[in-house]
Design a protein around this ligand. Structure first.
Ligand SMILES: [Zn+2]
Ligand SMILES: [Zn+2]
Length: 144
C-alpha cells in the first residue's frame, strides 16, 4: 500500500502492541476504523472509548490537500474535526471509515483526550459537555 500523502510504500509499525501502517517519509499513519479507538484507549490509560467521527465537514481546513482512500481507491477522504471541537483535523473515508493521520496528529489527539480526562480548563467547555454526552451514548453503541 502506498502512502496517500506522499506516495511512499507504507510499512507496518508496532505502536503499543497495535500493528499500524505508517509512512517513514512523511510520518503519517493509516488506521482502520477500530484501530484509532483502541490506540487512544491504550494511550490515555483506558479513559473510555471515543467516538471520533464527526459529520461536520471542515471547509476552512486548507492546511493540507485532500487525499484519496487507499482501501477504496477512488473515494476522496473527508476532513473531520476529531471529537468535533478539538481543531485536530483528520482525514476520514466516508465509505470504509479508514482514517489517515498526518505527522503529530496522534500525539495531539492523545494530549487532547488526556485534557478531557483531567477536566482541564484548556479544553473548551462545550467539548467536555459533548464528550460526556458521548460517553452516555457509547454505553449503547460502542464505536467499532
Ligand atoms: Zn508519506
Ligand atoms: Zn475507504
Amino acid at each position: 500500500m502506498k502512502c496517500p500523502r506522499c506516495g511512499s510504500e507504507l510499512k507496518t509499525t508496532e505502536i503499543m502492541d497495535h500493528h499500524i501502517l505508517s509512512c517513514d517519509s512523511c510520518n503519517g499513519m493509516w488506521l482502520h476504523r477500530y484501530q484509532l479507538n483502541e490506540l487512544l484507549h491504550d494511550m490515555a490509560d483506558g479513559v473510555g472509548d471515543f467516538e471520533t467521527i464527526s459529520v461536520e465537514y471542515n471547509p476552512d481546513e486548507e492546511r493540507l490537500p485532500e487525499i484519496t482512500c487507499i482501501e477504496c481507491g477512488d473515494v476522496q477522504m473527508n476532513k473531520i474535526n476529531f471529537l468535533e471541537y478539538s481543531d485536530i483535523i483528520i482525514d476520514h473515508c466516508p465509505r470504509c471509515g479508514s482514517i489517515w493521520l498526518d505527522k503529530d496528529e496522534l500525539a495531539k489527539m492523545e494530549e487532547y483526550t488526556r485534557k478531557i480526562d483531567e477536566g482541564s480548563k484548556e479544553v473548551k467547555d462545550h467539548s467536555l459537555y459533548a464528550f460526556m454526552q458521548r460517553l452516555g451514548e457509547l454505553a449503547y453503541s460502542l464505536f467499532k
